[in-house]
Ligand binder design. Structure first.
Ligand code: PMT
Length: 477
């Protein structure tokens, strides 16, 4: 059965892009139901969207064409996914504060499907603290933002505020339906499937209706969480898990990484407001909510997936345990036991962290890991320099409760100027957030007066930095 996209269209010059969005979605076999605001109708007529979508277009909450239903509820219930494109500052504010004063804002409160929002507005409006606070609040509630692009705007300015291109929106939609992008509804209805079956005339057995309802308030983030989205507007790419390098059709080289550390980092970045892409080797972990997941096996596949994201990320966190070598030849048939010693020729894999670190742009933050068994800090410091990373998370994997597979970890952060920030043993979830917050705290400190080249040694804590010893330049972020 075709999936139904409920497309909310608000009043902005980017409405013309929504027309091609409908056309692209129809070509891919989606049903598209358009709900327009009065502002959108000033730009294009409902007839245009009706002709493109072959569906009734909704804009007036008091127009009840079908006496057997209630239009704004029926439309909301049909949606498998809601997309608001373009989304003005006005509709974002209304949704953030629960205002329902027209058809679209009413439908958005009634909808129980996941919601994607593609903002489009003037760069100053987009940057306004009120708009950013509303975006942070909606992000914390589980709404998924399709970041506006930078470029020339209709108002004559150049900056961030252009609605994402329709092709990219379609890609995000397809990522969602193919399971690559995991989204939860901000307002789920566990009985929606049952209601739909009843609407279709089916008598649903009681056993199917017995779905536990979420506790009141469950899933509603704390006020602190809502106002605490320091990575809002940033794109974070995380690698996680092991890689597998095939020897023959049944055997491979791999390592003990479970993916827990990397998945925890992806979830933490998302919680802190970022748009997150998780590029993962094979693991048994459920994908974190709200995160786009790209699955790979080999180191060179992970390398290619990361390179595709290289231009657009603000942070890159390399937590994957990537194989340093791969077999020179992958045998087409299973290697037979001969009883003799077997020599495997191994060749180096591409170094993902180094290729990213050495070409990073000034605004990008690159964080690598170092899994070590001896001289941990020294190796980590060398790795930071060699690979061009801003930060290395030094991980002594021989320590009890740390490293591979376990639920906890203990690390030392090696930052700009080789400064050390040791963190205590904690759960990988807490550690992930602490790593990100520590780096953010460092980045928010004003550069020291004597900014110059990187110093080569010295162990300082964040408190010491704050006390005046300060950050000493060279940290291109
Ligand atoms: O997954 P878990 O079970 O939770 O375990 C967590 C962990 C131990 C895997 C994690 O905390 C960790 O230490 N990850 C890095 C493991 C590793 O490969 O370290 P390394 O020192 O070999 O590599 C240094 C850095 O270069 C890493 O950021 C690695 O992702 C990167 N690298 C390595 C090789 C390669 N070909 N390309 C890379 O990008």
């Amino acid at each position: 059965m075709a999936r139904t996209i409920l497309l909310g269209v608000t009043g902005g010059i980017a409405v013309y892009k929504s027309v091609s969005l409908v056309s692209l979605l129809k070509k891919r076999g989606y049903d598209v139901v358009v709900v327009m605001t009065r502002g959108a109708e000033r730009f294009v007529t409902p007839l245009l969207f009706q002709t493109m979508s072959r569906e009734r277009v909704y804009s007036d909450p008091f127009e009840e064409a079908d006496p057997s239903g209630i239009a704004h509820i029926d439309v909301a219930d049909r949606a498998d996914l809601v997309v608001v494109a373009p989304a003005t500052a006005n509709v974002i504010a209304k949704l953030a504060h629960g205002i329902a004063d027209d058809m679209l804002s009413t439908v958005l409160l009634a909808a129980t499907a996941p919601v994607m929002i593609a903002p489009a507005m003037n760069v100053h409006m987009y940057r306004h603290p009120a708009v950013q606070a509303n975006l942070a609040l909606l992000t914390a509630r589980g709404y998924h933002f399709l970041e506006p692009d930078e470029g020339p705007l209709a108002c004559g300015y150049t900056g961030k505020g252009r609605m994402m291109e329709p092709e990219a929106i379609v890609e995000a939609i397809e990522d969602y339906f193919s399971g690559r992008l995991v989204l939860a509804s901000p307002n789920p209805d566990p009985l929606l499937a049952v209601r739909r079956r009843e609407k279709a005339g089916e008598r649903v057995p009681m056993a199917d209706v017995d779905v536990p309802s979420p506790a009141p308030g469950a899933g509603v983030p704390s006020l602190q969480a809502v106002h605490d989205a320091p990575l809002s507007g940033r794109r974070v790419v995380v690698t996680a898990g092991p890689t597998r390098e095939a020897i023959d059709p049944v055997r491979f080289l791999s390592n003990r990484s479970s993916g827990k550390m990397g998945y925890a980092l992806a979830a933490a970045a998302r919680r802190l407001g970022a748009e997150v892409v998780l590029i993962t080797g094979p693991t048994n972990l459920p994908p974190p909510e709200g995160v786009k997941v790209v699955r790979v096996e080999r180191a060179r596949e992970m390398h290619a997936a990361v390179m595709r994201e290289r231009e657009t990320f603000d942070w890159f966190i390399a937590a994957a345990a990537v194989s340093d070598y791969e077999p020179a030849v992958v045998e087409a048939q299973k290697i037979k036991k001969s009883g003799e010693a077997l020599t495997l020729m191994l060749v180096p894999t591409p170094d993902i962290l180094r290729d990213v670190g050495q070409r990073k742009k000034p605004h990008q933050t690159v964080v690598g890991f170092a899994a070590e068994t001896n001289d941990v800090v020294e190796h980590a410091r060398n790795k930071r320099r060699r690979k061009g990373a801003d930060w290395i998370v030094a991980n002594d994997v021989t320590e009890p409760g740390a490293g591979f597979e376990v639920e906890t970890n203990r690390v030392v952060l090696v930052g700009p100027n080789d400064a050390l920030y040791p963190l205590p043993l904690m759960s990988k979830e807490d550690l992930a957030e602490t790593i990100i917050r520590t780096i953010l705290a460092f980045q928010s400190m004003p550069p020291a007066e004597d900014a110059g080249g990187e110093k080569t040694s010295g162990e300082r804590s964040i408190d010491e930095e704050r006390a005046g010893k300060g950050r000493t330049g060279g940290d291109a972020r």
